[in-house]
Design a protein. Structure first.
Length: 195
């Protein structure tokens, strides 16, 4: 999450360096009031979720199984919020929420974390489609190096060892590139705005 925070700080610094020139402009030169608000909220969500994940990685998962469940679900939900915030930032600066096709194809960790969040947190018992897919994690200790997930689907049962820390590090690289591109879009918007 360090790369994400770095790129977010660079984008924020660019934004604030021109704030005095934008304060009088309608919607701070964004095409719509909604896009302006999306930008402001997304900037905060990116920072808050990345910092929260960094802090949790520093302290690790609780040894108490009940607490570690909430922490695991919370980390997955935080990654979902982070990704949604980047979609909002894209909407604010480009007018679209979805990532470009080439970015989606190369964003393996991004897609895996979204799927994992849906499997383990969003809809762990029934998620539509056939056959129904279910996902649980046991009471064994959890760490960023190893979390055992058990999946049930179509009469099959299998376990997967989730290396959550590695997946988050990969997301950090992927998402930071997206934010860097959005920062370039912001610089372009600034350059084209009235002085």
């Amino acid at each position: 999450m360090q790369l994400i925070l770095f790129e977010r700080e660079m984008l924020s610094a660019t934004w604030h360096s021109r704030a005095s020139g934008w304060e009088c402009a309608k919607d701070f030169t964004f095409p719509s009031h909604d896009q302006c608000l999306a930008f402001c909220a997304a900037k905060d969500w990116i920072q808050d979720t990345a910092e929260s994940i960094i802090r949790h990685r520093e302290v690790g998962f609780s040894e108490d199984p009940s607490s570690s469940y909430l922490e695991f679900w919370g980390v997955l939900q935080a990654t979902f919020i982070l990704q949604d915030a980047i979609h909002e930032m894209r909407y604010a600066l480009v007018g679209e929420t979805s990532l470009p096709v080439d970015v989606r194809r190369s964003s393996i960790a991004w897609l895996r974390l979204r799927e994992l969040r849906n499997d383990a947190v969003g809809h762990p018992t029934k998620r539509g489609g056939a056959p129904v897919k279910r996902c649980v994690t046991g009471r064994q200790p959890k760490s960023y190096e190893s979390i055992t997930l058990t999946f049930y689907q179509g009469g099959s049962v299998w376990n997967e060892n989730l290396r959550l820390g590695q997946l988050l590090d990969e997301l950090d690289v992927e998402a930071s590139k997206v934010i860097r591109g959005l920062h370039n879009q912001l610089k372009k918007q600034i350059a084209e705005s009235p002085k």
